[in-house]
Ligand binder design. Structure first.
Ligand SMILES: *Cc1c(COP(=O)(O)O)cnc(C)c1O
Length: 458
């Protein structure tokens, strides 16, 4: 399988190449030339998660990994998800189901992708003898998932930038308490979008990029998207492969884009609904056709506090019919604050996605409502999803809302809603007793470069 950049000026790569580089050299994002169809959809119900994962991921990896390597990686990756179903579907109300994606080691859905790509990186790097430096930007959950997945993996250093003071204490401690020497947590002055912009600066400095073997594992990494397709498939299989709607708490558009790939593979996904908090650039874009940056308003669902949604570029590329020059032009305009989506592309996007926005008050109210109706405690991101889903439920069509994190990861928001702090699962009980290791750094690309050169273990 061949992968091309959304901006059309980077080398065409295979799966391993696209995975190891993350961002394409022209600043674009990699996409497969064609999306494979998944056969045997009706035979999937009741299969173990790992087996479904193998069948879904295999067509994308081409000759980059042998069947045995891929099966081994999937096995090791998902052994650390502490639920037999891995991504269990729980009924919230008649016709409304919660897809629980928070049973992994850092209690958010990002473990599903990150655990797998750490295993795939290890296989690829051992084979080539290469060493690499992973740098990531996080609004909280990506960073903890990356540090947890890559700690102690040979031939890799991991540097994670997070916005100082803007991640929850559990998120921060998950990044700062692992003791492996190859993982480094960096607390950056600024917002998540600043971290993301500095990450792009590092990747666009080709000399630095080559000198340290820079690699990315942010949600733009195609291998992460592929891993996230799997739970859409297991959810559809559990619901009998009938037309199903999905609502996805959305920030960088990675998780919901995986849903659109699942649909392109042949899954009976009817509507894909983007749920945003008050940082609603995606909802505004789909409603008005104008993709305009605002300022980030910190919210109680911080993993969705963004104004630029990087994976949206992939959806734009498809909506513009693969017109890479048009996408490059839009991304140039974005540097000046935003752009207007063409009528044709907007129509194509609206055929793929609906959207909704949820205020802070509505998020808190939804945590209370669901607790009262079901006894379940939602994390604030999942509550944003459930609130939007409830506006769109139609009789006879199952609705699945992705529950993207465990409530114990965001205890302040949960406490504000229902007056109690959810307990961490037993395997994380010691988190608050462990010493932290973190480096404070300015929002400055030169400072970051020298820090990385200085701290690498290789
Ligand atoms: C990352 C994250 C999201 C947003 O997912 P995207 O793929 O960036 O759209 C939502 N909820 C939680 C808990 C997250 O960690």
């Amino acid at each position: 399988m061949r992968y091309v950049s959304t901006r059309g000026k980077a080398p065409v790569l295979n799966f391993e190449g696209a995975m190891l580089s993350g961002l394409a050299r022209d600043g674009g994002l990699y996409l497969p030339e064609t999306i494979p169809t998944l056969s045997g959809l009706n035979d999937l119900d009741g299969l173990p998660y790992d087996e479904v994962a193998f069948r879904v991921i295999r067509p994308f990896t081409g000759d980059s990994f042998s069947d045995a390597e891929l099966r081994g990686a999937i096995d090791r990756a998902y052994a650390r998800i502490e639920h037999a179903a891995k991504a269990p579907l729980r009924q919230l109300a008649p016709g409304h189901h919660l897809l629980e994606l928070f049973h992994g080691p850092t209690l958010a859905f990002k473990d599903f992708a990150m655990q797998l790509i750490a295993q795939l990186f290890e296989i690829a790097l051992k084979r080539s003898g290469r060493r690499i430096t992973i740098v990531g930007a996080t609004s909280g959950d990506t960073g903890s998932a990356a540090i947890e997945a890559f700690k102690g993996i040979d031939n890799v250093d991991v540097f994670i930038m997070f916005p100082h003071g803007r991640v929850s204490e559990v998120q921060r401690r998950q990044m700062t308490t692992p003791t492996a020497e190859n993982v480094h947590a960096l607390s950056v002055t600024g917002h998540f979008d600043d971290c993301q912009a500095r990450l792009k600066d590092l990747f666009n400095d080709h000399a630095f990029r080559d000198a340290v073997g820079l690699a990315g594992v942010n949600s733009i990494n195609w291998a992460r998207i592929v891993a996230q397709i799997v739970y859409y498939v297991t959810a559809c299989a559990s619901l009998g492969m009938r037309p199903t709607d999905f609502t996805v708490p959305t920030g960088n558009f990675g998780d919901i884009f995986a849903g659109s790939v699942a649909r392109a593979m042949g899954l009976p996904i009817r509507r894909l609904i983007v749920a945003t908090n008050q940082n609603d650039i995606l909802h505004r874009a789909l409603t008005t056709g104008e993709y305009r940056m605002g300022t980030v308003e910190p919210s109680i669902s911080p993993s969705m506090d963004i104004q630029v949604s990087s994976n949206f570029e992939r959806a734009l590329y498809l909506a513009y019919g693969g017109d890479a020059p048009a996408v490059s032009q839009l991304m140039d305009e974005l540097r000046g604050g935003g752009f207007a989506i063409s009528q044709g592309a907007l129509q194509a996007l609206r055929e793929q996605y609906l959207s909704g926005r949820v205020s802070e008050e509505e998020t808190l109210a939804m945590i209370r409502t669901i607790r009262a109706e079901t006894g379940e405690i939602l994390c604030p991101h999942s509550a944003v999803g459930v609130a939007v889903a409830r506006r769109h439920i139609e009789p006879g069509v199952p609705m699945v809302t992705l529950a993207t994190a465990h409530p114990a990861k965001f205890p302040d928001a949960v406490e504000a809603a229902i007056g109690l702090r959810p307990a961490l699962p037993p395997h994380m009980a010691r988190l608050f007793d462990l010493p932290e290791r973190v480096t404070r750094v300015e929002n400055d690309v030169e400072a970051l470069k020298s820090l990385i050169l200085d701290r690498r273990t290789q």
